[in-house]
Design a protein around this ligand. Structure first.
Ligand code: ADP
Ligand code: ADP
Length: 232
Protein backbone atom coordinates (compact mmCIF):
# COMPACT_ATOMS: atom_id res chain seq x y z
CA UNK A 1 0.00 0.00 0.00
CA UNK A 2 1.32 3.36 -1.01
CA UNK A 3 0.03 6.80 -1.93
CA UNK A 4 1.88 8.83 -4.57
CA UNK A 5 1.11 12.55 -4.78
CA UNK A 6 2.66 14.32 -7.77
CA UNK A 7 2.87 18.08 -8.29
CA UNK A 8 -0.62 18.85 -6.98
CA UNK A 9 -1.78 22.48 -7.19
CA UNK A 10 -4.97 24.20 -6.07
CA UNK A 11 -5.94 27.85 -6.32
CA UNK A 12 -9.29 28.91 -4.85
CA UNK A 13 -11.59 31.30 -6.72
CA UNK A 14 -10.55 34.11 -4.35
CA UNK A 15 -6.97 33.75 -5.65
CA UNK A 16 -5.52 31.94 -2.62
CA UNK A 17 -2.91 29.42 -3.79
CA UNK A 18 -3.60 26.73 -1.22
CA UNK A 19 -1.36 24.06 -2.81
CA UNK A 20 1.66 25.01 -4.91
CA UNK A 21 3.13 21.84 -6.38
CA UNK A 22 2.90 19.23 -3.62
CA UNK A 23 4.79 15.97 -4.23
CA UNK A 24 4.85 13.25 -1.56
CA UNK A 25 5.27 9.49 -1.28
CA UNK A 26 3.29 8.08 1.62
CA UNK A 27 3.87 4.44 2.64
CA UNK A 28 1.78 2.18 4.87
CA UNK A 29 1.77 3.24 8.50
CA UNK A 30 1.21 6.52 10.29
CA UNK A 31 2.22 9.55 8.26
CA UNK A 32 2.13 13.06 9.72
CA UNK A 33 1.33 16.27 7.86
CA UNK A 34 2.40 19.16 10.07
CA UNK A 35 1.76 22.82 9.37
CA UNK A 36 0.35 26.03 10.82
CA UNK A 37 -3.22 27.20 10.23
CA UNK A 38 -3.75 28.14 6.61
CA UNK A 39 -0.83 26.01 5.37
CA UNK A 40 -3.01 23.92 3.06
CA UNK A 41 -3.44 20.77 5.17
CA UNK A 42 -7.22 20.52 4.90
CA UNK A 43 -7.10 21.30 1.19
CA UNK A 44 -4.65 18.43 0.66
CA UNK A 45 -6.64 16.07 2.92
CA UNK A 46 -9.92 16.86 1.13
CA UNK A 47 -8.23 16.38 -2.23
CA UNK A 48 -6.87 12.96 -1.24
CA UNK A 49 -10.32 12.10 0.15
CA UNK A 50 -11.88 12.91 -3.29
CA UNK A 51 -13.96 15.74 -1.84
CA UNK A 52 -12.42 18.31 -4.16
CA UNK A 53 -10.36 18.21 -7.34
CA UNK A 54 -6.86 19.62 -7.73
CA UNK A 55 -6.20 22.07 -10.58
CA UNK A 56 -3.22 20.05 -11.78
CA UNK A 57 -1.18 17.05 -10.67
CA UNK A 58 -1.97 13.42 -9.89
CA UNK A 59 -2.64 11.20 -6.88
CA UNK A 60 -2.31 7.42 -7.14
CA UNK A 61 -3.15 4.79 -4.55
CA UNK A 62 -1.34 1.48 -4.92
CA UNK A 63 -3.58 -0.96 -3.11
CA UNK A 64 -1.41 -4.05 -2.85
CA UNK A 65 -3.22 -7.25 -2.19
CA UNK A 66 -6.48 -6.04 -3.70
CA UNK A 67 -7.90 -7.35 -6.94
CA UNK A 68 -5.78 -6.23 -9.88
CA UNK A 69 -5.15 -3.71 -11.24
CA UNK A 70 -3.64 -2.36 -8.02
CA UNK A 71 -3.34 1.25 -9.06
CA UNK A 72 -6.21 3.63 -8.34
CA UNK A 73 -6.24 7.11 -9.87
CA UNK A 74 -7.58 9.05 -6.89
CA UNK A 75 -8.71 12.06 -8.92
CA UNK A 76 -10.46 10.14 -11.70
CA UNK A 77 -11.68 6.98 -9.96
CA UNK A 78 -13.49 8.50 -7.01
CA UNK A 79 -15.86 5.59 -6.51
CA UNK A 80 -12.98 3.12 -6.21
CA UNK A 81 -11.20 5.36 -3.72
CA UNK A 82 -14.32 5.91 -1.65
CA UNK A 83 -14.81 2.16 -1.27
CA UNK A 84 -11.42 1.88 0.42
CA UNK A 85 -11.30 5.24 2.20
CA UNK A 86 -11.91 6.11 5.83
CA UNK A 87 -12.17 9.87 6.30
CA UNK A 88 -12.47 11.56 9.67
CA UNK A 89 -13.14 15.24 8.99
CA UNK A 90 -12.23 18.08 11.32
CA UNK A 91 -15.86 18.56 12.30
CA UNK A 92 -17.69 15.30 12.56
CA UNK A 93 -21.38 16.08 12.21
CA UNK A 94 -23.20 14.77 15.24
CA UNK A 95 -26.75 13.55 15.53
CA UNK A 96 -27.23 14.49 19.18
CA UNK A 97 -30.31 12.42 19.98
CA UNK A 98 -29.25 9.11 18.47
CA UNK A 99 -27.12 6.53 20.27
CA UNK A 100 -23.72 5.47 18.94
CA UNK A 101 -24.95 1.94 18.46
CA UNK A 102 -27.96 2.98 16.38
CA UNK A 103 -26.08 5.46 14.22
CA UNK A 104 -23.19 3.07 13.57
CA UNK A 105 -25.69 0.36 12.67
CA UNK A 106 -27.32 2.81 10.25
CA UNK A 107 -23.98 3.67 8.62
CA UNK A 108 -23.22 -0.06 8.38
CA UNK A 109 -26.41 -0.57 6.35
CA UNK A 110 -25.32 2.22 4.00
CA UNK A 111 -21.90 0.55 3.76
CA UNK A 112 -23.60 -2.59 2.45
CA UNK A 113 -23.91 -4.76 5.56
CA UNK A 114 -27.47 -5.88 4.92
CA UNK A 115 -27.40 -9.08 6.97
CA UNK A 116 -28.47 -8.36 10.51
CA UNK A 117 -26.16 -10.85 12.27
CA UNK A 118 -23.03 -9.88 10.37
CA UNK A 119 -23.85 -6.22 10.90
CA UNK A 120 -24.27 -6.49 14.66
CA UNK A 121 -20.95 -8.36 14.86
CA UNK A 122 -19.18 -5.59 12.94
CA UNK A 123 -20.83 -2.85 15.01
CA UNK A 124 -19.93 -4.56 18.28
CA UNK A 125 -16.32 -5.11 17.31
CA UNK A 126 -15.87 -1.46 16.24
CA UNK A 127 -17.51 -0.14 19.42
CA UNK A 128 -15.21 -2.34 21.49
CA UNK A 129 -12.13 -1.37 19.49
CA UNK A 130 -12.87 2.33 20.05
CA UNK A 131 -13.70 1.75 23.70
CA UNK A 132 -17.29 2.94 23.37
CA UNK A 133 -19.05 -0.34 24.12
CA UNK A 134 -20.09 0.65 27.64
CA UNK A 135 -21.65 3.91 26.44
CA UNK A 136 -23.13 2.57 23.19
CA UNK A 137 -26.74 3.22 24.21
CA UNK A 138 -26.18 6.83 25.32
CA UNK A 139 -27.13 9.73 23.09
CA UNK A 140 -24.22 11.16 21.09
CA UNK A 141 -25.10 14.68 22.28
CA UNK A 142 -23.85 13.69 25.75
CA UNK A 143 -20.48 12.44 24.51
CA UNK A 144 -17.23 14.28 25.30
CA UNK A 145 -15.08 15.56 22.44
CA UNK A 146 -12.83 12.54 22.74
CA UNK A 147 -15.69 10.10 22.68
CA UNK A 148 -17.06 11.82 19.57
CA UNK A 149 -13.67 11.54 17.85
CA UNK A 150 -13.49 7.85 18.69
CA UNK A 151 -16.98 7.40 17.33
CA UNK A 152 -15.77 9.10 14.13
CA UNK A 153 -13.00 6.51 13.91
CA UNK A 154 -15.52 3.70 14.31
CA UNK A 155 -17.53 5.12 11.39
CA UNK A 156 -14.38 5.64 9.30
CA UNK A 157 -13.35 2.01 9.88
CA UNK A 158 -16.65 0.45 8.76
CA UNK A 159 -15.58 -0.55 5.27
CA UNK A 160 -12.17 -1.92 6.29
CA UNK A 161 -10.33 0.99 4.65
CA UNK A 162 -6.78 0.78 3.30
CA UNK A 163 -6.49 4.60 3.28
CA UNK A 164 -7.43 6.55 6.41
CA UNK A 165 -7.38 10.33 6.56
CA UNK A 166 -7.63 12.18 9.85
CA UNK A 167 -7.80 15.97 9.81
CA UNK A 168 -6.73 17.83 12.99
CA UNK A 169 -8.16 15.14 15.28
CA UNK A 170 -6.77 16.17 18.65
CA UNK A 171 -8.03 19.76 18.68
CA UNK A 172 -10.06 20.21 21.84
CA UNK A 173 -9.17 16.86 23.42
CA UNK A 174 -7.85 16.75 26.97
CA UNK A 175 -4.44 15.04 27.48
CA UNK A 176 -5.74 11.62 28.57
CA UNK A 177 -8.25 11.41 25.76
CA UNK A 178 -5.63 12.60 23.26
CA UNK A 179 -3.27 9.75 24.19
CA UNK A 180 -6.11 7.23 23.98
CA UNK A 181 -7.10 8.53 20.56
CA UNK A 182 -3.56 8.58 19.14
CA UNK A 183 -2.92 5.03 20.34
CA UNK A 184 -6.04 3.90 18.55
CA UNK A 185 -4.81 5.57 15.36
CA UNK A 186 -1.40 3.94 15.56
CA UNK A 187 -3.01 0.48 15.71
CA UNK A 188 -4.68 1.31 12.41
CA UNK A 189 -1.32 2.10 10.81
CA UNK A 190 -0.48 -1.58 10.85
CA UNK A 191 -3.03 -2.32 8.14
CA UNK A 192 -3.48 0.92 6.19
CA UNK A 193 -1.99 4.19 5.01
CA UNK A 194 -2.98 6.59 7.81
CA UNK A 195 -2.44 10.30 7.22
CA UNK A 196 -2.69 12.51 10.27
CA UNK A 197 -2.90 16.24 9.65
CA UNK A 198 -2.13 18.47 12.61
CA UNK A 199 -0.55 21.72 13.77
CA UNK A 200 0.65 20.03 16.98
CA UNK A 201 4.28 18.87 16.77
CA UNK A 202 3.87 16.28 19.56
CA UNK A 203 1.10 14.45 17.69
CA UNK A 204 3.42 13.55 14.81
CA UNK A 205 6.57 13.21 16.90
CA UNK A 206 5.10 10.50 19.09
CA UNK A 207 3.42 8.26 16.56
CA UNK A 208 4.35 8.84 12.96
CA UNK A 209 7.10 6.90 11.24
CA UNK A 210 7.46 9.65 8.64
CA UNK A 211 6.21 13.17 8.21
CA UNK A 212 6.10 16.24 6.02
CA UNK A 213 6.03 19.90 6.99
CA UNK A 214 3.79 22.08 4.85
CA UNK A 215 3.61 25.89 4.79
CA UNK A 216 1.93 28.24 2.35
CA UNK A 217 0.99 25.34 0.10
CA UNK A 218 4.51 23.95 -0.22
CA UNK A 219 6.30 20.99 1.35
CA UNK A 220 9.30 22.34 3.26
CA UNK A 221 10.64 19.13 4.80
CA UNK A 222 9.98 15.40 4.31
CA UNK A 223 11.74 13.13 6.80
CA UNK A 224 11.51 11.00 9.93
CA UNK A 225 9.96 13.04 12.76
CA UNK A 226 13.17 13.57 14.75
CA UNK A 227 15.07 14.86 11.72
CA UNK A 228 12.14 16.94 10.49
CA UNK A 229 11.53 18.59 13.84
CA UNK A 230 15.23 19.30 14.30
CA UNK A 231 15.17 21.10 10.94
CA UNK A 232 12.18 23.31 11.87
P1 ADP B 1 -5.05 24.37 6.90
O1 ADP B 1 -5.90 23.15 6.90
O2 ADP B 1 -3.59 24.05 6.93
O3 ADP B 1 -5.43 25.35 7.94
P2 ADP B 1 -6.49 25.07 4.47
O4 ADP B 1 -6.25 24.06 3.44
O5 ADP B 1 -7.76 25.04 5.22
O6 ADP B 1 -5.25 25.09 5.48
O7 ADP B 1 -6.36 26.53 3.81
C1 ADP B 1 -5.26 26.90 2.97
C2 ADP B 1 -5.52 28.30 2.45
O8 ADP B 1 -6.65 28.26 1.55
C3 ADP B 1 -5.89 29.32 3.51
O9 ADP B 1 -5.36 30.56 3.14
C4 ADP B 1 -7.39 29.33 3.49
O10 ADP B 1 -7.89 30.57 3.93
C5 ADP B 1 -7.69 29.10 2.03
N1 ADP B 1 -8.95 28.39 1.80
C6 ADP B 1 -9.31 27.19 2.31
N2 ADP B 1 -10.52 26.81 1.85
C7 ADP B 1 -10.93 27.79 1.02
C8 ADP B 1 -12.09 27.98 0.22
N3 ADP B 1 -13.08 27.08 0.18
N4 ADP B 1 -12.18 29.11 -0.52
C9 ADP B 1 -11.19 30.01 -0.49
N5 ADP B 1 -10.06 29.90 0.23
C10 ADP B 1 -9.92 28.81 0.97
P1 ADP C 1 -11.76 12.39 29.26
O1 ADP C 1 -12.04 12.72 30.70
O2 ADP C 1 -10.34 11.96 29.00
O3 ADP C 1 -12.30 13.40 28.30
P2 ADP C 1 -14.00 10.85 28.48
O4 ADP C 1 -14.96 11.70 29.22
O5 ADP C 1 -14.04 10.94 27.00
O6 ADP C 1 -12.53 11.05 28.96
O7 ADP C 1 -14.23 9.35 28.87
C1 ADP C 1 -13.31 8.60 29.66
C2 ADP C 1 -13.74 7.15 29.64
O8 ADP C 1 -14.93 7.00 30.37
C3 ADP C 1 -14.03 6.70 28.21
O9 ADP C 1 -13.41 5.47 27.95
C4 ADP C 1 -15.53 6.59 28.15
O10 ADP C 1 -15.91 5.44 27.40
C5 ADP C 1 -15.97 6.50 29.57
N1 ADP C 1 -17.15 7.34 29.80
C6 ADP C 1 -17.23 8.68 29.63
N2 ADP C 1 -18.45 9.13 29.90
C7 ADP C 1 -19.18 8.06 30.23
C8 ADP C 1 -20.53 7.86 30.62
N3 ADP C 1 -21.40 8.86 30.71
N4 ADP C 1 -20.93 6.61 30.92
C9 ADP C 1 -20.08 5.60 30.83
N5 ADP C 1 -18.78 5.71 30.48
C10 ADP C 1 -18.34 6.92 30.18
Amino acid sequence: MHLAIRDVTKTYSNGVRALRGVTLDIPRGMYGLLGPNGAGKSTLMRTIATLQDPDTGSITLDEQGAASPHLIDVVREKDRVRRTLGYLPQEFGVYPNVSAERLLDHFAVLEGFTQHLERSRVVESLLRQTNLWDVRRERLGGYSGGMRQRFGIAVALLGGPSLIIVDEPTAGLDPAERVRFLNLLSELGEQAVVILSTHIVEDVAELCSRMAVINKGQILIEAEPLAAIAAL
